[in-house]
Design a protein around this ligand. Structure first.
Ligand SMILES: NC(=O)c1ccc[n+]([C@@H]2O[C@H](COP(=O)([O-])OP(=O)(O)OC[C@H]3O[C@@H](n4cnc5c(N)ncnc54)[C@H](O)[C@@H]3O)[C@@H](O)[C@H]2O)c1
Length: 246
């Protein structure tokens, strides 16, 4: 029960890695708020893990403030914030990505980290404790072609993690990231473009451990980094990637 007595928000918690993190946190003893733009999906997972649900658009400042207000009302205090919600544009030449898709990817993947920080860092500072985890990607370290602006959004997230870690350390707040490799979630098809045995084999050939990552893999890494066992760890962007970035 590594997270016994702790409270957490997991954005994008209705599906994929976020769901895996929410489930792992609950199993480790945390009270979890599953926050997702898919309100019904969030409710389903929350019901399953004995947590609470909140419908939020992480790219919208007013919506994120409402999430923060509700979390503090529900829990009184917050220990853990996981910025996991993320999207991609489809694989294509970098100059062909529409301005609308570019803006949406940056708003959901990058601006959201600013918005949740704006709403919740004052609370963490007041308590002089807190753990923030950003779900970035191996894409931010070792980018694949044709996912250019998604890759760049994850690179932004990794730099934001380090910058936040160094600024918030004097306030007792730790900030880390995990970099998942391609994983078995609904988003995988969008990365591959087409889900065929050939594209799967191409992606798998770059992962030394020979399999896609899973929501359980992310749940385990996130639980460790957000627990007191990681009390001396801040500013890392930890690959959870079966060796892909070696
Ligand atoms: N699946 C992979 O291969 C992979 C690899 C590396 C990194 N990641 C990252 O992991 C994170 C989770 O991805 P996933 O694969 O679990 O995807 P997913 O599509 O299964 O889940 C993403 C969740 O985020 C929610 N969401 C989307 N936009 C939102 C918004 N504006 N506000 C609130 N919620 C929103 C969706 O409703 C969904 O429940 C993302 O940040 C993604 O970039 C995924």
């Amino acid at each position: 029960m590594q997270l016994e007595g702790k409270t957490a928000i997991v954005t994008g918690g209705a599906s994929g890695f976020g769901e895996g993190i929410a489930r792992a946190f609950a199993s480790a003893g945390a009270q979890v708020m599953v926050a997702d733009i898919d309100g019904d999906g969030a409710k389903t997972i929350a019901r399953d893990i004995g947590g609470t649900a909140f419908e939020v658009d992480v790219s919208n400042g007013a919506s994120v403030q409402a999430l923060a207000d509700q979390a503090l009302k529900t829990f009184d205090q917050l220990d853990i914030l996981v910025n996991n919600a993320g999207i991609t544009h489809l694989p294509q030449a970098l100059e062909d990505v529409t301005e609308e898709d570019f803006d949406r990817v940056l708003a959901v993947n990058a601006k959201s980290v600013y918005l949740t920080a704006r709403s919740l860092v004052p609370h963490f500072k007041e308590r002089q404790t807190g753990a923030i985890l950003n779900v970035a990607s191996t894409a931010g370290v070792s980018p694949r072609p044709r996912l250019n602006w998604y890759n760049a959004s994850k690179g932004w997230m990794i730099t934001a993690t380090k910058a936040m870690a160094v600024e918030l350390a004097p306030h007792g707040v730790r900030v880390n990231a995990i970099n998942p490799v391609a994983g078995e979630t609904p988003l995988l098809k969008s990365f591959m473009g087409v889900d065929t045995p050939e594209t799967r084999a191409k992606f798998l050939s770059t992962i030394p451990l020979g399999r896609f990552s899973t929501p359980q893999d992310m749940g385990a890494a996130a639980t460790f980094l957000c627990s007191d066992a990681a009390a001396m760890i801040t500013g890392v962007a930890m690959e959870v990637d079966g060796g892909r970035c070696i």
